[in-house]
Design a protein around this ligand. Structure first.
Ligand code: SUG
Length: 424
């Protein structure tokens, strides 16, 4: 099979809830305390995967992590007197946002010709800092072939790393050598800068990237302060195209010039703040989109032709964003299609279509097939979700032993139908 981009979506876990745990993530804060719909959330996520599979793309998935996390609760000596937010942290289904699972460098970029993956330590947020050990375990099963993959440990916790959400790769074609762009934050006003420069640099070294084909770029502090807690809330790249808000980077012109110097084929689509303000971009999640090279795209017009932008419905329904998108489509630029999807349950926690997927450029034949989706497997997953995922969870229920048992059973059933019980 040829090397291609495989999107690994996180299956939304049965404990999905709104606890308002992520400072700096405006959606998480504004939905704190709401009742969540885990079953609907997981079905929305699955529908997005089916949608992309239907475009003729290769689709994979990653499993929800074990929750509630008893090891975390014992490590903090939980006895009921602890802050409720710590209980909520142990129940979080945040591993659904697999853009934060790891940073991935395809084989074409690395000195040893293997695809390298480094799980993100996610240390800035207590609920997310618990993910990486189980994520690494899972990645080591999915990408077990040592001839083709290297799965590292996370970088040390003194450097915050948020994974692929702060990493973009540009290239003429997915299987060609790429320019890897690491976006870090220094400050974000009242909000934390979650990606540290030294974490990005460590990942680039671990992945044995060519320093001449790496860029380290500072995120605009104003963007973080406005709620862009990850760079993928304000920019997304695919092959030769960068789709970005004008205010995404601290030094936009310097960033574009460096990209063009390293990749003369680069096409940079900048959305100006007077058309879509930073606030509108963050509210609508226009940029938290999957920018995809469509297999059905215009053959013959060169590499990267026929790109589609999978956006959340919230962006499609936003009048100023819609006006900009209509203009973009009419201009016949590199992005030819806009494809809205409904991931509202995830969006209410600040996770759009791009947050829900981890991109791995590789030959699908080298990946453990149990992590790849087809129609029949999608139906099996759907049946388990429909039968076992709780319909609703209110934050007050977190900690309830009966609900804990339901959540554990739901995940066990899922792993069973996927023949992945070794990850229990
Ligand atoms: O880390 N939300 C996630 C959203 C992650 C989005 N990912 C990307 N942009 N790639 C976060 O802030 C909310 C959980 C809560 O409040 O219950 C949360 O963790």
């Amino acid at each position: 099979m040829p090397v291609c981009e495989i999107n690994f979506d996180g299956i939304v876990g049965p404990s999905h809830n709104y606890a308002g745990l992520s400072l700096g993530n405006l959606a998480s804060a504004s939905h704190a305390g709401d009742t969540s719909y885990p079953r609907a959330a997981a079905l929305q996520g699955l529908a997005k995967m089916r949608h992309n599979l239907g475009l003729g793309l290769t689709q994979g998935f990653l499993l929800p992590l074990p929750r509630p996390n008893g090891a975390f609760l014992s490590a903090i000596g939980a006895d009921g007197s602890e802050d409720r937010r710590l209980m909520a942290a142990a129940w979080s289904a945040s591993s659904m946002w697999t853009a934060n699972a790891a940073t991935v460098s395809p084989a074409a970029d690395t000195a040893d010709g293997r695809c390298h993956l480094t799980p993100a330590n996610l240390v800035t947020m207590p609920h997310r800092s618990q993910e990486w050990g189980d994520t690494a375990r899972q990645l080591r099963v999915a990408f077990a072939n040592p001839a083709h993959f290297a799965v590292h440990d996370a970088v040390p916790p003194c450097f915050g790393d948020e994974g692929a959400a702060n990493h973009m790769r540009m290239c003429v074609r997915h299987d060609a050598p790429g320019l890897e762009i690491f976006v870090y934050g220094k400050t974000g006003g009242a909000f934390p800068a979650r990606q540290h420069e030294q974490a990005s640099r460590a990942v680039a070294r671990l992945h044995r990237l060519d320093p001449a084909r790496c860029l380290f770029v500072e995120q605009n502090p104003d963007a973080i302060a406005a709620g862009a807690f990850h760079n993928d809330v304000v920019a997304v790249a695919n092959e030769r195209v960068l789709f970005t808000h004008e205010l995404a980077f601290a030094d936009p012109e310097g960033t574009y010039a460096a990209i063009r110097a390293a990749l003369p084929e680069a096409e940079i689509v900048v959305v100006p703040a007077d058309a879509v303000s930073l606030a509108d971009a963050i509210k609508s999640y226009l940029f938290n989109a999957q920018l995809l090279t469509l297999p059905s795209g215009d053959p013959g017009s060169g590499p990267g032709a026929g790109m589609g932008l999978v956006i959340p419905l919230e962006a499609w329904e936003h009048p100023r964003v819609r006006a900009w998108l209509d203009g973009m489509l009419a201009s016949n630029g590199p992005i030819r299609q806009v494809l809205p999807v409904d991931v509202r349950q995830s969006m209410a926690n600040g996770g759009g279509p791009a947050c829900l997927r981890l991109r791995v450029v590789a030959d699908p034949a080298h990946v453990d097939p149990r992590f790849l989706l087809d129609k029949a497997k999608a139906s099996r997953i759907e049946n388990v979700i429909a039968a076992f995922w709780p319909e609703t969870i209110s934050p007050a229920e977190l900690g309830d032993p009966e609900l804990a048992e339901r959540v554990v059973t739901a995940r066990t059933e899922l792993l069973g139908v996927l023949d992945l019980a070794e990850l229990l």
